[in-house]
Write a protein that binds this ligand. Sequence first.
Ligand code: GLU
Length: 482
Amino acid sequence: MRVRFAPSPTGTLHIGSARTALYNYLFARHHEGKFVLRIDDTDAARSRAALEESILADLHWLGLEWDEGPDVGGPFGPYRQSERAERQRAAADGLLASGQAYRCFCPEERLQDLRRRALAEGRTPRYDRRCLALSADEVRRRADAGEPAALRFRVPAGEVVVDDLIRGRVVIGAEALSDPIIVRSDGAPGYNFATVVDDRDMGITHVIRGDDHLTNTARQQLLFIALGGPVPSWAHHSMVLAPDGGKLSKRHGATSVAEFRDLGYLPAAIVNYLALLGWSHGEEEVLDLDRLVREFDLDGLSASPAVFDAAKLDWLDHERIMALAPDEHRRRFAERLPAGTPPQAAAALAAAAQPSLVRYGDAPALAAEVLAPPPPPDALRARALAAAAQLAHVRALRAAAPEWLTPAAARDLLAAYRAWGTARGCTARELLMPLRIALTSAEHGPELPFVLAALDRSSVLARLDLILTGPGESTPTPGDPS
Ligand code: GLU
């Protein structure tokens, strides 16, 4: 089995296209077939080399490695559609010679006019076949005179029945199918035709893509037959819709793989999420790529639209983060923090965040709550100041300890503080809340041992002093090195 993912380098990799790539990948791996990457760059005006690069990078990042493609080559190259134009034109000449294609001299203005009129009358725009009616003599005369002409495929009469592995039997009425241009007047092959010739020449056995291509598929099936077949198996999965039922677009938030990467989602979570989107898989939902390869098949895919559920992606990402080894988690967390963040601080904050973190992109904001809090509002400051004796004591404890504390050492320090306070009749809350406010200017946040471990000694002392003596002063304490 040979499948292909065929993105156009006219935009970055959309999350819906990534899902198409994933389904092709899983299908190929599950059946031990080949996964081909072909760049469909027939739209020369809008195709960009930089976008092709970004699509490849995004696919690598997701871990969807291909067996053949523009970068790795393969026995069916080249893997850019534009580089295969000679074969596509030769195939078109074959159709012209056998009478299955014809020259169309209609200028663009006429075609636009036909389109406009059809739309105004509420009809699907279709080419009116004016040039099909030209006599052979006239065609020869005008062609010999060098008049520019496109080649159109002559769509046979009757409806087209597409046998789809996901949707069953799909009937596309002939009225939806205008005679497609297979080679434009400038010699450039059109998308539908180039795709058919390439799929045929590359031995593609299964075409798996979004159901927005169904009308193209009807045309392409006719073209496969006209070229002598065989017709590949078709599988059209549903589209990814926004929660409001519309197309998933910018106004719903992130839509490209790059944006999700920048937000700090793990590739494994995105792959897991996209696989589940429209694919039913029992109770268990946290699945890695190997498992997906083993269990995925097209018959589990739903034909109805899949609605993008950001909360579910968040949940899966969180599950993945919790399952990461602490070192790996610390590395991913730390690389998101501002340059110069002390490693001790990064490690403590990473450890504090792991049980609740949703995505790594949240790391800088979480870290800033501890490393760079705003000054406490007056009400909170007053509340902390009401516990000045407690704060002075914990300050002395901290002043006597090393520059950095591990979370375990911080826990010991807090235990000593609590023992001291309990002996004087203070509750845990009366001891810890003023300290939390002094250190973070807030009543909630990471557990205190992690806060203490994320701040060096002088920062802790400075924040306590800010409460105890106000800005610009400091309390001399025995053992305070400053
Ligand atoms: N280049 C087309 C797209 O990006 C490919 C469609 C196909 O799979 O044939 O939608």
